[in-house]
Design a protein around this ligand. Sequence first.
Ligand SMILES: Cc1cc2nc3c(=O)[nH]c(=O)nc-3n(C[C@H](O)[C@H](O)[C@H](O)COP(=O)(O)OP(=O)(O)OC[C@H]3O[C@@H](n4cnc5c(N)ncnc54)[C@H](O)[C@@H]3O)c2cc1C
Length: 386
Amino acid sequence: MRVSTGKATVSDSRMFTVVVESFGVGRQRRAERQLTVPFAQLQSLMQTIALKGGRIRVIGSGEVNTRVEAAAPIKSETAPQPSAPAAVTHAVVPVNLYKPKNPFIGTVTGNYSLLTDGAIGRVNHISFDLSGGDPLLHYVEGQSIGIIPDGNDANGKPHKLRLYSIASTRHGDDLADHTVSLCVRQLQYEKDGETINGVCSTFLCDIEPGAQVKITGPVGKEMLLPPDEDANVIMLATGTGIAPMRAYLRRMFDHGERAKNPEYQFRGKAWLFMGAPKTANLLYEDDLQQYLADFPENFRYTKAISREQENAKGGRMYIQDRVLENAEEIFSWIENPKTHVYMCGLRGMEPGIDEAMTAAAAAKGLTWSELRPQLKKAERWHVETY
Ligand SMILES: Cc1cc2nc3c(=O)[nH]c(=O)nc-3n(C[C@H](O)[C@H](O)[C@H](O)COP(=O)(O)OP(=O)(O)OC[C@H]3O[C@@H](n4cnc5c(N)ncnc54)[C@H](O)[C@@H]3O)c2cc1C
């Protein structure tokens, strides 16, 4: 099998919108300006901006978050083209808009459990209002934000930030373009007969609506969705590793999202492998069932429920067992250069998946240790484990 190293194809008809500050002369230089150019002119525009000392705040294809526009006097010089794809290439992804020394203060708008009766542990969906920031704290699917919990560490120093994968799309759960949501599992472990609660995850799971929280970021370019509406996306998630996948799937299949993104009407195939210890620990199950009902040709969902299902050897069913069971098909998907694979969850899932992919590849006469770096180079193999 040959792996195409061609990255997402770029059509010359795409229009890009650049939000720039300190660019131009006189009053123009003091204001933020929004410039829209075809792809062919993007590079020369960026060179011109750099030569004239301008600072690029946002680059997006087609749409740029409208709240950025509302927050500052931005002059739109060319109307964005509605047909432009929603591509977010690596160069245009917002990063580190807020840093630990000067975090954004977000307000909690909701915090609820994602688990049902009988589940193990605690996993919550927590949303924050991001409005009012300058710059606006905006992000794209697949990125993470940092949370700095209140209080001090054992040395009396303020706590350090912890990263959390963003579980909402760029539009936020309410589609109003100014919220972000996380999927957080409370870390709990036993030490010397005592239960230790993780600092930040407990802070977040306990937090009340209305509370103010220090937020940094966004960060991360590893888990970005391909802009191609015809891409195929295989997702391997365990536990809270579902967070970025939830954002992708909403972008692909949620009706409100699709209405917001006329330029991204997903037509490819998405296959989610989800690992959880019990049925009661499955996350966002209602949404996933809805996508299955609404998009049966495009969405596939395979669960590995370790304490309730058995693998072929009579042991517990883990996500790697499901990968092995479906190896033939997974590899036929991977042979298609439009297929991307995403893995997210606890770091411990990696060896199992690697083993399964090695066996699956071998069954096809392939060597996974050679294939994986090729897929990585082609930006088709995306891993974020923690
Ligand atoms: C890119 C990225 C994305 C992430 N996304 C998410 C997400 O979407 N959802 C989510 O819930 N988490 C996510 N995390 C993990 C998150 O950042 C925190 O690490 C996690 O919430 C624990 O932080 P804490 O402050 O609660 O724990 P802390 O108080 O910082 O405790 C963690 C420390 O406890 C110790 N420890 C942990 N387990 C044990 C054990 N069994 N025995 C002994 N010591 C132990 C280790 O020293 C560990 O460093 C992500 C991490 C990264 C890097």
